[in-house]
Design a protein around this ligand. Sequence first.
Ligand code: FAD
Length: 303
Amino acid sequence: MSPPNLALPPAPPALSYELFPPRTPAAADSLWETIRALESTHPDYVSVTYGASGSNRDTAVSLLRQLQETSLRPLAHLTCIGNTAQELALLIAELLDHGVRGILALRGDRAPSQTRASEQPDERGLLHAQDLVELIRRVEQRRSALLAAGKLAIGVAAYPAKHPESPDSAHDIEVLLAKQRSGADFAITQVFFHPAEYEDLLSRAQRAGVSIPIIPGLMPLTSLVRLRRLAELSGAAPDEALLAELAAVDDDATRRRIGVAATVRLARVALEAGAPGIHLYTFNEHRSALDVLERLDLPRPAA
Ligand code: FAD
């Protein structure tokens, strides 16, 4: 056993990006320009989203496989919605066979027309992200001999502002704790616009016994349209002062400068509050993400 008072070296903040699978050949070309640009910043991993309808399954798997050929480490998003448990078990096994060693286990957003998986007994879908964490651990256990050189890291979602379907924020913390108990290793947050929401999430989670790292998910706050849309989708209250500031200018360069500065402020407060790193939602564009990173001057391990 190592001595309890051993001085362990501090861990540098983690850096990661989110990408989504391209929908057209032109989008694929521009995505690869972004991937190459982001690669130069040596992120710890790059996550690839998964459509909750399961419709982009093949493009997501293909992008994950292509990323394995770069210096980047992919993290595959997976959702309960859109797949039966059997399909998910096969997909998890397929990802492992392709060398993927990180999965973000999510429920996915239900389209208004979709029924709950549990209401279709013949399809045996999974109801909550927690069920998916458990399924991933079961598939992993079956392959433990194969995985001797690289166990899986499982991430889950966390919510600085209450999840739209939750009765209250305390329920969100209970769910996060349940996901940790089921085997989650880390969490990435939904977008948020006020630093106090993230600080509050950290302290409430710690008090409740959540010990896994909770990484703030940050979007570059440069697009007015996207900001409004994300605020609406996530239920997070937008920063009205920033919206007004962005709306008052009519050139893209100034808007980007204002948005990047606001994102850097948000990231700094989160890091000072104890964030173990940052996860940037890139929307498959690298310029704003790189601007944020340059201004943030995040200490990174030597490449
Ligand atoms: P859950 O943890 O299952 O929670 C969903 C709801 O059910 C919550 O209200 C929760 O409180 C409740 N709940 C959960 N467990 C229980 C339980 N045991 N008992 C009672 N209630 C419970 N969506 C996509 O479709 N594709 C993506 O690639 C994607 N990537 C994302 C990445 C990040 C970092 C984040 C934060 C979100 C992402 N989403 C994605 C959106 C996500 O799918 C939605 O926020 C979804 O509504 C909830 O997902 P979840 O994993 O938090 O689900």
